[in-house]
Design a binder for this molecule. Structure first.
Ligand code: SF4
Length: 227
């Protein structure tokens, strides 16, 4: 059989480009590829678009309400998340739930939580630019599926991974960014707050309190417009 005939067979077969998504970061993920988060999670759990797939125990796709008005995006899973397959379940996750709860935002009802990268970087290092780029199309699909009105980006890596903005988190936290017609707010990562316990005016915890109140006010404003 000539190579041209082989190529024709390849094109005519039931071969589906979508099946190749988890194998290579060069395979695009067109908008609307996944009809559900379950389908997306199946690909993430078999994914090797970047090297992080080689060492993961579980891909960490997300938790919370699949139609939540607020999405929280973190950096990447840590050890607890890798073991459980759920994002933000360690001490930082418990603090995040408390912060959201302080303005009566329920992580099961009002929030969907996920990360830029679905697999744990070894030794909890920051994901590389290439690793973030390989995984970003999954996040874009998640945003399309959940369709949140507000996106909270926890830490500089999350901001950079989604929007490409490389500014430091202390410069941009608390400021609304419009991205793809959605309102995003960079906030401190809860693990940063765990390392900075002061509650004094101007401290990271105090600043987070200002930011989460601004988020609550925006959430109420959107609800009032919709209602
Ligand atoms: S981090 Fe993302 S791109 Fe990399 S292997 Fe995991 S799911 Fe695939």
């Amino acid at each position: 059989m000539s190579s041209e005939q082989q190529l024709n067979l390849f094109e005519d077969s039931n071969f589906n480009q979508k099946d190749l998504i988890p194998t290579d970061a060069k395979i695009p993920i067109p908008p609307g590829t996944y009809a559900s988060m379950i389908e997306l999670a199946q690909h993430c759990n078999q994914c090797h678009r970047c090297g992080l797939g080689d060492t993961r125990q579980n891909a960490v796709v997300g938790r919370g309400n699949l139609k939540a008005p607020i999405m929280v995006v973190g950096e990447a899973p840590g050890q607890n998340e890798d073991e459980t397959g759920l994002p933000f379940v360690g001490k930082a996750g418990q603090l995040l739930d408390k912060i959201l709860g302080s303005v009566n935002l329920d992580t099961e009802k009002d929030i969907y939580i996920c990360n830029i990268n679905k697999c744990r970087p070894p030794d909890n290092r920051v994901p590389t630019t290439g690793e973030m780029a390989a995984c970003r199309p999954y996040l874009i699909e998640q945003i399309h599926l959940v369709d949140p009105k507000i996106i909270l980006l926890t830490g500089a890596t999350a901001v950079k991974g989604l929007t490409g903005d490389k500014r430091g988190i202390t410069t941009i936290r608390g400021k609304w960014i419009e991205w793809e017609e959605r309102l995003c707010m960079p906030i401190f990562h809860p693990s940063y707050l765990l390392r900075n316990s002061s509650r004094e005016v101007g401290s990271p915890k105090w600043l987070m309190w200002q930011d989460i109140q601004a988020v609550r006010a925006q959430f109420d404003a959107i609800h009032n417009i919709v209602d």
